[in-house]
Design a protein around this ligand. Structure first.
Ligand code: FEO
Length: 183
């Protein structure tokens, strides 16, 4: 009896998303190493933590595929891009990478909708929300850098940004999810 509860299309799309999340993790890892080598300890710490978060996303999908009785395919991960040129460029690339990941997730959501695979559609809503948070976080950091001078940030502004980001939460709670218990 076939106990695989995912179609071949969804199985392949989710496996491709595993590789995308792993790639995202490698990008954050390489940017974190770059930030550390430039002396930005706070930014490096933030990016290292985020690399870990992306790996968790990968695991979440991997576990879902297994739970649905389907086959996990672990593949090679593409190389991360070139190191950023400066802080502004670093967060520009971070934002761009998150937008690309959102597009990839939307494609899988669309496929699950077309197939009426509501379990997968429902599972993916977590990722849809997560991408809103991640894009917002990257956008906010990019805005801060722009205000602080963008590509021409002074050393003092870079120092302050690095110190501030050390304490930046990895999560943003969207206003619609705010409650009195979780302000
Ligand atoms: Fe797993 Fe940043 O998306």
């Amino acid at each position: 009896m076939n106990t695989n509860r995912l179609s071949k299309t969804i199985e392949a799309a989710l496996n491709a998303q595993i590789t995308k999340e792993a790639h995202a993790s490698q990008i954050y890892l390489s940017f974190a190493a770059w930030a550390s080598s430039q002396g930005y300890a706070g930014i490096a710490n933030f990016l290292f933590k985020h690399a870990h978060e992306e790996r968790n996303h990968m695991m979440k999908i991997l576990e879902y595929i297994l739970k649905r009785g389907a086959k996990v395919e672990v593949t090679s991960i593409p190389n991360p891009p070139e190191n950023p040129l400066n802080l502004y460029n670093c967060f520009e690339k971070v934002f761009g990478q998150e937008v690309e990941n959102t597009k990839a997730i939307y494609k899988v959501v669309k496929k699950s909708h077309e197939e009426g695979d509501w379990a997968t559609w429902n599972f993916l809503q977590w990722f849809v929300n997560e991408q809103v948070e991640e894009e917002t976080l990257a956008m906010n950091l990019l805005d801060k850098i722009k205000i602080a001078g963008g590509e021409n940030m002074s050393n003092m502004a870079q120092y302050s940004f690095d110190r501030d980001i050390e304490n930046t939460s990895q999560e943003i709670t969207p206003a619609q999810d705010v409650t009195t218990a979780n302000p």
